[in-house]
Design a binder for this molecule. Structure first.
Ligand code: UDP
Length: 485
């Protein structure tokens, strides 16, 4: 009788994203899929601080979350106590890791209180969870929130670190990750550009623990990254690490959004525009520009005379990721910093919204025909999944690597050039890029390519698609493992 009942209890797994919308969004999507399509119960463990993020709260309070998905907030971290005032704002990963480390002190008791889930899925910057899972005999999986190319680079990093003495950015040649497309040193992510600072130490700490996972989920699929996926699965270098089993389950992107009044207004405005005519401009959850760069972008948009929606942030010279920890919560009056008269001159052609817009709903709207993006991995996948060509504007983290891949390997983006002797993209170049994507021949070519990929992006995670099957095979294993409730 007891055994018969047990078969009806849905197996329970925990999902633990690290801090930041770019981590929460895909792991929440994974959690939803496990519940809705694979018959699991999921506890989504959320790292919180004493300054809740408006955009995060909106996502977690959505009435559309399925009943077997439970949000469990870890006790809030007092950010001022954990991050001393001498830690620079630029050190985004260091700040993120310090918050995470403090938050995960409660993880063991939370997992025990939840009755020891059958598995835990976490992401790249929360690998302390592996130790806790080890103690509790819970298999720990890793979900890589970025590209397969990046995951291959990450798996190669310990070897690179032991072989190379100088800074990686001083290497004379691009970095040849075995079996993969070489990475130009200027495209290397911020966290590996100076090996002497904490930013690198934290990055290296987490990255080098990747092989400890019981399996690695990749937010990618064969048609998008055939070379990197083949390398990780088959190249002798990765096999001898040994690399845990990899499961491409992408694209897992936000499906629907809870719309605010300003989101609805935005979509109503889009309804009135011709198909493929509007450029959407937003720079991820954290991206910010300097005042000088933002001014050039504004002038470039105006000069191009193309329609646009711009989710604009308060400029800052300090860091390209200025809003990472407070997006959607910060005070923001675009009139205070956009060029004098910009809002009235572009009225009707452009729509400026402060800070945050419902990106997925905008990208999915038939009037949206281009996306100026910082090339965060979720934004890149969302753009491809909706068949929208991109202007690549990478700012921080691994975005330069993503941008290079989108422009040169995948062929769905163009990237503006910085004039010699300058550090910013000038207004003429912005104008040229925007016209090229929205109106030019090159725009037509990348639009055709992204529309092809849109189809394969829809098929892969759909029932019987390759990504669906990949997730299903792990879920089946969790269902049969008799490790817990
Ligand atoms: N996003 C959004 N509205 C905005 C900016 C970002 O909804 O105005 C969402 C976007 O849809 C994506 C996520 O925030 O899912 C950003 O993730 P990504 O990996 O692109 O960049 P990150 O924020 O991690 O740098």
């Amino acid at each position: 009788m007891v055994a018969a009942n047990k078969t009806h209890i849905k197996p329970h797994v925990a999902v633990l994203p690290s801090v930041g919308m770019g981590h929460l969004i895909p792991l929440l999507e994974l959690a939803k899929r496990l519940v809705v399509e694979h018959g699991m119960r999921v506890s989504l463990l959320v790292i919180t601080t004493n300054a809740p993020l408006a955009a995060q709260e909106q996502l977690l309070c959505s009435p559309d979350l399925p009943p077997d998905l439970h949000i469990v907030k870890l006790p809030p971290v007092d950010v001022d106590k954990v991050i001393s005032s001498d830690i620079d704002n630029v050190l985004v990963l260091t700040r993120l890791c310090l918050i995470t480390e403090e938050s995960l002190r409660s993880l063991k008791s939370v997992l025990v209180a939840l009755g020891k889930p059958r598995a835990l899925v976490t992401d790249l910057f929360t690998t302390q969870a592996f130790d806790v899972c080890n103690e509790l005999s819970i298999p720990a999986y890793l979900f890589s929130t970025t590209s397969a190319a990046f995951s291959a680079f990450a798996l190669f990093l310990p070897k690179l670190d032991s072989d190379v003495e100088c800074e990686f950015i001083d290497l004379p040649e691009p970095i040849q990750v075995p079996g993969c497309i070489p990475v130009r040193t200027e495209d290397l992510l911020d966290q590996v550009r100076n090996r002497k600072i904490d930013e690198y130490k934290w990055f290296f700490f987490h990255i080098s623990r990747l092989p400890l996972a019981s399996g690695v989920f990749l937010n990618s699929w064969e048609d998008l990254e055939p070379v990197s996926l083949k390398a990780i699965k088959e190249n002798p270098f990765f096999r001898q690490i040994p690399t845990p089993p990899v499961h491409p389950v992408g694209p897992l992107i936000k499906q629907e959004e809870t719309l605010s009044t300003s989101d609805v207004e935005c979509l109503e405005w889009l309804d009135k525009q011709p198909p493929d005519s509007v450029l959407f401009v937003t720079l991820g959850s954290g991206g910010t520009l300097s005042l000088e760069q933002q001014t050039e972008l504004a002038w470039g948009l105006e000069l191009s005379q193309q329609r646009f929606i711009w989710a604009v942030r308060k400029p800052t010279d300090a860091t390209g990721a200025g809003s990472f920890f407070d997006v959607g919560s910060e005070e923001n009056d675009p009139k205070a910093y956009l060029p004098e008269g910009f809002l009235s001159r572009t009225q009707g052609v452009g729509l400026v919204v402060p800070s945050w817009a419902s990106q997925v709903a905008i990208l999915g709207h038939p009037s949206t025909g281009g996306f100026l993006s910082h090339c965060g991995w979720n934004s890149s996948l969302e753009s491809i999944a909706h068949g929208v060509p991109m202007i690549a504007w990478p700012l921080y983290a691994e975005q330069r690597m993503n941008a290079a891949m989108l422009v040169e390997d995948v062929g769905v983006a163009v990237k503006p050039k910085v004039e010699p002797g300058r550090t910013i993209v000038g207004r003429q170049e912005v104008d040229r890029m925007v016209r090229m994507v929205m109106d030019g021949e090159e725009g037509k070519t990348i639009r055709k390519r992204v529309k092809e990929l849109k189809e394969s992006a829809a098929k892969a995670p759909d029932i019987s698609g390759s990504s669906y099957d990949s997730l299903s095979s792990v879920a089946k294993q969790w269902k049969t493992d008799d490790l817990g409730p």
